[in-house]
Design a protein around this ligand. Structure first.
Ligand code: G3P
Ligand code: MG
Length: 230
């Protein structure tokens, strides 16, 4: 079962910061997940639409200038990183799962993944691009059809994993609160991987492994790595 550090090792450092990425890398994770949004022509690694919970800034991230966003403290003196800064830190040392938040990200992320392959040693197989915004995901797929897509859902769809197959996705990325055996089996029958967020307890990890889940997003990769390899 693949362990994916959720927002970096976000249980051990401020989420989506370079510090959280550095700790995840030092733990030897196979993959890191980050959230990406666009503002003022730049891609920022940040989860919320608003700035207050995870920084000392105020307001909606996408409405701010680059200079304002670059001046903020995202916790423990860490800045809000750009996507390029995270890519430059990781330099192809693990998979990067890029979750597109909001709109206006698909084209820019497509271009930046390409640049990172040319300049930072990534390969196209090292990206998974995911989103709850399925039209945005479809736009990304048009630009970079060779990259794996993760179709996110926060519910249990009536037609199970059919939505992800329609998108041409590689995986369904499901909420731990809604995952069930019928959905897992249906996804596998359609040739899709099943990834589950957010799983921090070893007993939940064990149960999901027994159900045949392929990977989990966790804020505490330090806790879950040992069990994943046993
Ligand atoms: O990509 C998995 C997970 O991160 C999706 O939900 O809200 O944590 O971005 P969220
Ligand atoms: Mg996310």
């Amino acid at each position: 079962m693949k362990i994916i550090a959720h927002r970096g090792a976000s249980g051990l450092a401020p989420e989506n910061t370079l510090k959280a990425m550095t700790i995840a890398l030092s733990l030897g994770v196979e993959a890191i997940e980050i959230d990406v949004q666009e503002a003022d022509g730049e891609l920022w690694v940040f989860h919320d639409r608003r700035l207050e919970r995870c920084s000392d800034g105020e307001g909606v991230l996408s409405e701010h200038s680059q200079s304002y966003l670059a001046s903020l403290n995202a916790g423990e003196g860490e800045a809000i990183p750009t996507l390029w800064q995270v890519m430059a830190l990781i330099t192809g040392r693990c998979e990067l799962h890029i979750e597109l938040k909001g709109v206006n990200t698909a084209k820019a992320v497509a271009a930046l993944t390409q640049r990172a392959e040319a300049e930072l040693g990534f390969t196209p197989e090292q990206w998974v691009v995911s989103s709850f915004h399925h039209p945005e995901l479809a736009r990304f797929a048009k630009a970079r059809p060779e990259i794996r897509l993760g179709a996110l859902t926060a519910s249990l769809p009536l037609t199970l994993a059919q939505f992800a197959e329609e998108l041409g996705a590689w995986s369904i990325n499901c909420d731990v609160d809604f995952i069930d055996q019928a959905l897992i089996d249906d996804a596998h029958a359609r040739g899709l991987q099943v990834l589950v967020y957010t799983v921090d307890h070893p007993l939940d990890q064990q149960r999901l492994a027994q159900q045949g889940v392929d990977g989990i997003f966790t804020n505490r990769p330090d806790r879950l790595l040992a069990q994943a390899h046993s």
